[in-house]
Design a binder for this molecule. Structure first.
Ligand SMILES: *[C@@H]1O[C@H](CO)[C@@H](O)[C@H](O)[C@H]1NC(C)=O
Ligand SMILES: *[C@@H]1O[C@H](CO)[C@@H](O)[C@H](O)[C@H]1NC(C)=O
Ligand SMILES: *[C@@H]1O[C@H](CO)[C@@H](O)[C@H](O)[C@H]1NC(C)=O
Ligand SMILES: *[C@@H]1O[C@H](CO)[C@@H](O)[C@H](O)[C@H]1NC(C)=O
Ligand SMILES: *[C@@H]1O[C@H](CO)[C@@H](O)[C@H](O)[C@H]1NC(C)=O
Ligand SMILES: *[C@@H]1O[C@H](CO)[C@@H](O)[C@H](O)[C@H]1NC(C)=O
Ligand SMILES: *[C@@H]1O[C@H](CO)[C@@H](O)[C@H](O)[C@H]1NC(C)=O
Ligand SMILES: *[C@@H]1O[C@H](CO)[C@@H](O)[C@H](O)[C@H]1NC(C)=O
Ligand SMILES: *[C@@H]1O[C@H](CO)[C@@H](O)[C@H](O)[C@H]1NC(C)=O
Ligand SMILES: *[C@@H]1O[C@H](CO)[C@@H](O)[C@H](O)[C@H]1NC(C)=O
Ligand SMILES: *[C@@H]1O[C@H](CO)[C@@H](O)[C@H](O)[C@H]1NC(C)=O
Ligand SMILES: *[C@@H]1O[C@H](CO)[C@@H](O)[C@H](O)[C@H]1NC(C)=O
Length: 815
């Protein structure tokens, strides 16, 4: 029940497909942990391996020089050497001892040289060994290769080796070789059956050899690979361009049960041969079929015909990557839909296609992934008008349209509504314009717009259903929270290669798992900037101009580096100039010098400890009391200055008049008087110096007037018995009471101000203001008390108050 679909694909250009193979990427991952370990000394006209290589070299490339021999101890210091590349050097000789000091060597590429024999190599760690394109005349592998127990990939090829002998690969018998690349693109003269079958572990075979006319050799190779159970076959230039391809060279494919992948590369393919090949493929167990860099030639007038299939087909994936059309015309393809009924993956890339053969491709019932990158498709070439009714894409989930000429985002968004199951769309490397409002279908959750010139407004043209957005190199200069808040389901965001300067601190994306901001203009990434991204697992932020200061402290030392796939390789300091070029991982700064909170904590604790210590000392030594005394002393000093000129003109008979209650006479007689008089002060004490017969108040006033100071010894007794007298005295002699600092109050015992009767206003105020000297019980403090008291009395010029002088004067003046 084969339905025939005749389809026409319009193909214009013969394009040279450029496939930059990045095999170095895997090598770097395998070998390099620091940029410093990479030494590229290729193309430097070196006559020999330089002797001053740093001993931390991990990757050494000395290709394209004139190094003829490796026979010395050139690598003896390089104990970390993991990858050595010496290609295009005219290398003729390698002595076995040269690698005796490089036990870590995992990758050795000595292809494109003039080695006339396969050198002895026995490195246990070696994983990849490339010996292709040399001049040895036999593929006989030296016995030392038995020791390459880790070897994964081996590449052998020489234009001088024309035959494969039965014992050539014996030393590889028991090692775990996975992938063998064999040949130099020439036709072999002989292949001994069974030679390859000995490499038991072989899973993948890349055959770079030509077969034409007599295909029995190719069939023997396939039979041997059937024995090893190889799953993947790659034929490079398998037929010469001028070849009478008769017969069925790939007939054996039908009976190779393990085979899954077949790739045909760099080969001219006629449509007649394609028919023969596909007949085998369709019956085989092949799952994945690929054509890479082929020239397609329609050598039959009716083009490619594949009309009937009456069995199950295993092929699920077909790739055309780089198709050169020999004719400048439209290829004709007639294929039964049965044959491609179960196809899930189709890639048609680098073919110059400018109009989609929509009737064929859009109707593939199982197709899930369609890759049409690197063609010449425009909006109306993909959605070609005659197809608009039939372009159904019933199960398509992923559509890759990068490297084409698409332009209108609104047109595309509208058309994606027709593809009912489409989830992912890649429009990178086109000429996309943001022309009108876009309306995206809800099922589309992934969009790539990388490498289109879009600018900051692009976010407004996207759908809130998007989970993965790729905006690599789209001319974005800033990202804001407002931009991101439109995408509540966003899990993956790529913003690499833009001009973003900061990740804003208020960024919130609760679902975001992966963020790429590498190759922007970001100088630092703060904890705050990532705090709104609680589920972030991957952050790619390398190749930014990082500033090596405290701004990067958190990023360098605290952030979990397993989150950064490109750490430490792509992270270097840019500023300040002192650190420019330094790997970020090697920039050291201390936590204390960078964390403000830590500085505050440390400062606080130092202050608190100091305060506590001071407080303890203060408390132990009765600091409060000393401070009070100091305060009194200072005030006295100040006042004494103010009044000293006033006092200069006055003269007194006594330093002090002492007023006290007779109940306190014990203290006054035993302590106060002896202490003060012992220090040369003259005192007026009422028991001794009052004139008998006068009224007590007059006596007091007399005494006060002839004394420089008046000392009141305050105690409960004094307050109760004597104070009222003084109230009277104060009332009478306002003049004296105004000059307050002539009064000195000594508090012999504590008198709470509140316990006093209300009428003693002055005393209450006095006690509240604490303007008195307190008699301390502690002997040490008494010393201070005395000196304070004495300094108060000292204030006046001594000459003015000498009792004798005063007496003499009073004697001389008649009463
Ligand atoms: C590299 O050489 C330095 C001195 O030049 C030495 O301190 C260091 O240990 C050496 N490293 C290795 C891995 O040999
Ligand atoms: C390497 O070989 C060259 C030429 O045979 C010889 O002159 C040189 O001495 C050799 N060097 C060593 C270290 O053996
Ligand atoms: C070895 O180097 C050559 C020349 O650069 C390159 O083409 C080849 O792919 C390399 N081999 C491996 C296994 O990387
Ligand atoms: C490989 O192993 C088999 C047995 O395990 C042994 O007979 C044979 O000699 C070995 N071959 C080599 C080249 O080591
Ligand atoms: C093909 O080559 C094989 C040897 O590789 C030879 O035995 C056979 O006779 C050849 N067949 C033809 C038709 O030339
Ligand atoms: C491959 O091996 C299987 C048995 O494993 C055998 O039936 C089949 O004929 C072989 N195919 C070829 C091409 O040798
Ligand atoms: C392809 O066809 C042309 C012309 O019919 C023929 O000359 C050429 O040998 C064929 N090449 C291959 C590889 O089939
Ligand atoms: C190709 O070879 C077959 C016989 O093997 C012969 O009949 C045919 O003429 C040849 N075709 C060309 C174009 O040489
Ligand atoms: C074989 O094809 C599958 C499906 O395309 C692919 O995933 C796998 O990597 C291929 N294997 C090899 C060894 O190329
Ligand atoms: C493509 O294939 C042709 C031979 O058909 C070859 O000359 C050319 O180098 C190949 N290009 C690439 C990029 O491999
Ligand atoms: C289809 O099956 C029949 C018999 O079952 C067979 O004769 C015929 O060759 C098959 N067709 C194809 C294209 O395999
Ligand atoms: C496609 O797959 C289904 C089941 O997976 C199978 O029954 C059918 O025969 C397959 N069709 C072809 C053409 O292989």
């Amino acid at each position: 029940m084969a339905i025939l679909i005749r389809t026409v694909a319009i193909v214009f250009l013969i394009k040279q497909n450029c496939m930059a193979v990045q095999e170095d990427d895997t090598v770097f991952k395998l070998c390099v942990t620091s940029r410093r370990g990479v030494k590229d000394l290729s193309n430097q006209n070196l006559p020999d391996v330089p002797s001053n290589l740093p001993n931390d070299t991990q990757y050494l490339d000395i290709s394209h020089n004139s190094i003829r021999r490796l026979n010395g101890t050139q690598f003896s210091e390089l104990s970390q050497l993991c990858c050595l590349k010496v290609t295009h050097c005219g290398l003729q000789e390698i002595s076995p001892s040269v690698f005796s000091h490089t036990p870590a060597l995992k990758v050795l590429n000595i292809s494109y040289n003039d080695l006339r024999i396969i050198p002895d190599i026995s490195l246990k760690q070696l994983k990849i060994l490339d010996l292709a394109n040399n001049l040895y005349n036999s593929y006989r592998v030296p016995p030392t290769f038995q020791k390459l127990t880790s070897l994964d990939v081996l590449s052998l090829g020489s234009t001088a080796a024309l035959s494969i002998h039965y014992n050539d690969f014996d030393p590889l018998m028991n090692i775990s070789l996975y992938h063998l690349l064999l040949g130099a693109g020439i036709q072999w003269q002989n292949y001994d059956p069974g030679a390859l079958a000995k490499v038991k572990s072989l899973q993948k075979m890349s055959l770079f050899a030509c077969f034409c006319g007599n295909f029995s050799m190719l069939e023997k190779v396939l039979e041997d690979l059937n024995v090893t159970g190889a799953t993947s076959l790659r034929f490079i230039t398998v037929f010469p361009d001028i070849c009478n391809l008769t017969g069925n060279p790939f007939k054996k494919l039908r009976t190779m049960p393990s085979i899954q992948n077949l790739t045909i590369e760099n080969t001219w393919i006629n449509s007649s041969f394609m028919e023969v090949l596909l007949k085998n493929v369709w019956i085989s167990s092949l799952y994945d079929l690929a054509f890479v860099n082929i020239t397609y030639h329609e050598d039959k007038p009716d083009g490619f015909q594949f009309r009937t299939v009456n069995h199950t087909v295993n092929v699920r994936s077909i790739t055309f990557n780089g198709v050169h059309h020999y004719q400048y015309s439209y290829p004709t393809i007639n294929i039964s839909t049965e044959a491609v009924y179960n196809l899930t993956y189709l890639k048609f890339s680098g073919s110059g296609m400018n109009i989609l053969p929509c009737k064929l491709i859009s109707a593939l019932p199982s197709l899930e992934t369609l890759d049409l990158s690197d063609n010449l498709l425009k909006d109306l070439g993909f959605w070609w008008f005659p197809c608009s009714n039939t372009s159904v894409f019933p199960k398509l989930r992923k559509l890759y349209l990068s490297k084409n000429r698409f332009s209108s985002l609104s047109f595309i968004s509208e058309k994606t509504h027709q593809m009912k199951t489409l989830e992912s769309l890649d429009l990178s490397f086109n000429s996309i314009e943001l022309d009108k409002t876009c309306s995206w279908p809800a099922h589309l959750t992934e969009l790539s717009l990388g490498n289109n010139n879009l600018g900051n407004s692009v976010f407004r043209f996207l759908s809130s259903n998007f989970e993965r957005i790729d905006l690599t190199k789209t001319g974005i200069t800033a990202i804001t929270q407002e931009n991101l808040s439109q995408f509540p389901k966003l899990t993956h965001l790529k913003l690499s290669s833009n001009s973003i300067q900061v990740i804003p601190a208020d960024l919130m994306a609760p679902a975001l798992l992966s963020l790429y901001v590498d190759q922007n203009a970001i100088t630092s990434i703060s904890r705050k900037a990532l705090s709104g991204l609680p589920r972030l697992q991957t952050l790619k932020a390398g190749s930014n101009p990082f500033v090596c200061s405290c701004d990067s402290y958190w990023f360098i030392t605290v952030l979990n580096k397993s989150m950064l796939p490109d750490w430490p390789f792509d992270y270097t300091c840019n500023t300040p100039p002192l650190f420019a070029g330094l790997p970020l991982s090697e920039y050291k700064t201390s936590q204390l010098s960078c964390e403000t909170w830590l500085q505050v904590v440390v400062a606080f604790s130092v202050i608190i400890v100091t305060c506590i210590a001071l407080g303890l000392v203060f408390y132990k030594c009765d600091g409060a009391w000393y401070i009070k005394m100091l305060w009194v002393w200072i005030r006295v000093k100040r006042r004494s200055k103010k009044h000293s000129h006033m006092l200069k003109n006055a003269s007194f008979s006594y330093h002090a008049f002492i007023s006290y209650s007779h109940q306190d006479c014990g203290w006054v007689d035993s302590q106060l008087v002896p202490s003060l008089e012992g220090s040369g002060f003259s005192l007026c004490v009422h028991a001794r110096d009052f004139i008998p017969g006068d009224w007590i108040i007059d006596n007091i006033i007399n005494c006060v007037e002839s004394s420089y100071k008046t000392l009141f010894v305050l105690s409960k007794h004094f307050v109760q018995s004597e104070w009222c007298n003084y109230e009277l005295f104060f009332a009478q002699h306002r003049a004296i009471s105004v000059q307050k600092d002539s009064l000195v109050f000594i508090l012999l015992e504590p008198i709470p101000a509140d316990s006093l009767p209300k009428k003693f206003l002055r005393l209450r105020r006095l006690l509240r203001q604490q303007t008195y000297l307190e008699w301390p019980k502690d002997e040490r403090k008494q010393q201070v008390f005395w000196s304070s008291l004495k300094s108060m009395l000292h204030m006046a010029d001594k000459s003015l108050v000498l009792k004798d002088v005063a007496m003499a004067i009073s004697d001389a003046v008649p009463p």
